[in-house]
Design a protein around this ligand. Structure first.
Ligand SMILES: *Cc1c(COP(=O)(O)O)cnc(C)c1O
Length: 465
């Protein structure tokens, strides 16, 4: 029997317990008669199980999940890197974890100093002047940054700037945040090399443009090499440049958004600066600005500083790496991504062949095994089959530029052996598809559930027994 095959209620046996307490010999003074209306009429229905059953039940449930601590997790645009355990220890230290936001200021000097030093470190890494740590996620940072841009224009009496340019390769949160901020989105097209087309951009730049949101390297893992020209054009048109720094990995200590001409940016401390993430939190999306936008940043002086535990992990991570080693993260992330890309391009379609940064995109299989009466294997099939081999799937069907997008980001923390295992499995899956695509259509075969209807599972989840 597998412990996750049954609910804990189904394991229950009358009278079985997971604890043993000594008999109470002292008279109990706390006892008080409850008001009749509040008293339970029937005993509470709880599962009655032994301690070992409880342990096995929850351990089995925890093993149904996949995390960076259990295996390779090459989820593009998510930077699922290994998170050093010392960061967890530091974040859990009572002197930090027990802080209360309303504590008197003179008792929180340590925390204030962490924030000031993290601000200085991130400013040095990004070329921004100051950061606010209040935003609790990347998308939250985007909204904050866009509101800063809007306030900047309004403060100058420049009321017409209601549009924001967002490239078609952008992360989905970019247009969503812009819409939430009340800005009209103007799409900038990518050219055949996957980069923002400067010629396409030029006519969009007029006095109704508040700015442009960019990711560099973009979500195809490509460095926008025209960024300085783009910055000049946008600034000449009176707009500001917003940098989505969720995945700063490849640039850490090498290139600074501030030097590229960006005025406002956010970082995802969860992702680039350690902290396990996925499933929606906890996160931290601090927003940094250039000198002239500092007055719009708000103040970091009240007690409410955002997700302080995530900030502590980032602080510990940066101090642990130090000025020199922080520069290694980028080249290693880039090397790992290019190694996988070059090793698999004979089996998977590679729409953009240039050297990538920390991530890259395949467009499905070269030989998907489509035959008379048998549909070819899709990117979804490959992703599902990977689970059978103990790997988390890459990001699929994003970015939207390709029909069968498979976006791989190995990060800098994986060994060559792990990458080689992954490459071997990806090759094997490609061979399986070429021989009999049906094996892939029905995958995964080895997981507790195979293919739920994802829409129904999300919209109508059945969470009770
Ligand atoms: C993850 C990510 C975001 C959004 O961050 P959240 O913390 O999930 O809100 C934005 N942009 C890019 C490029 C990302 O990878």
């Amino acid at each position: 029997m597998k412990y996750y095959d049954k609910l804990i209620f189904e394991l229950s046996k009358k009278g079985r317990t997971a604890y043993s307490l000594p008999k109470v010999t002292l008279p109990c003074r706390m006892e008080k008669e409850l008001d009749e209306s509040l008293a339970r009429t029937e005993p509470l229905e709880l599962p009655e199980v032994s301690e070992v059953d409880v342990v096995r039940h929850y351990t089995a449930l925890s093993q149904m999940n996949f995390g960076v601590d259990t295996g390779f997790y090459p989820l593009g645009s998510c930077t699922m890197k290994y998170n050093p355990k010392i960061n967890e220890e530091i974040a859990a230290m009572q002197s930090f974890a027990a802080l209360h936001p309303l504590q008197p200021k003179e008792t929180t000097e340590g925390a204030e100093r962490v924030i000031a030093e993290l601000d200085a470190a991130l400013a040095a890494i990004t070329g921004m002047r100051h950061f606010t740590f209040k935003p609790c996620a990347g998308a939250h940072g985007e909204l904050t940054g866009l509101m800063i841009i809007r306030e900047y224009h309004l403060s100058r009496g420049d009321m017409k700037r209601t549009k924001i340019i967002v490239p078609d390769s952008a992360h989905g949160t970019n247009p969503a945040s812009a819409a939430a901020c009340g800005l009209e989105i103007v799409e900038a097209k990518s050219n055949a090399d996957g980069l923002v087309d400067v010629e396409d951009l030029r006519p969009l730049l007029d006095d109704t443009i508040a700015g442009i949101m960019m990711t560099n390297p973009n979500t195809l893992g490509l460095f926008e090499k025209d960024i300085c020209r783009i910055a000049t054009l946008v600034h000449e048109a009176g707009g500001l440049l917003y940098y989505d720094g969720a995945n700063m990995n490849p640039l850490l200590g090498k290139v600074r958004p501030g030097d590229m001409g960006f005025d406002v940016m956010h970082l995802n401390l969860h992702k680039t600066f350690s902290t396990p993430h996925g499933g929606g939190g906890p996160g931290s999306g601090p927003v940094g600005v250039c000198e002239k936008l500092v007055p719009f940043l708000g103040v970091n002086t009240s007690g409410y500083h955002g997700n302080f535990g995530v900030m502590l992990r980032a602080y510990a991570y940066i101090l642990m790496l130090g000025r020199e080693n922080v520069k290694l993260a980028g080249p290693l992330a880039v090397l790992n991504a290019n190694y996988i890309k070059e090793s698999l391009k004979h089996k998977y379609k590679l729409p953009i062949t240039s050297v990538c940064k920390h991530e890259f995109v395949f467009d499905g299989l070269i030989n998907d095994g489509a035959k008379e009466g048998v549909a070819g294997a899709t990117t979804l099939d490959v992703a599902k089959r990977l689970l059978d081999y103990g790997f988390h799937a890459p990001t699929i069907y994003f970015p939207l530029l390709f029909h069968q997008a498979l976006m791989i980001e190995p990060t800098e923390t994986e060994s060559k052996e792990t990458l080689d295992d992954f490459i071997a499995v990806m090759e094997q899956i490609a061979d399986e598809a070429a021989q009999d695509a049906n094996i892939l259509h029905e995958a995964p075969h080895a997981t507790p559930i195979s293919r739920p209807d994802e829409t129904t599972a999300a919209r109508n989840p059945i969470l009770h027994y």
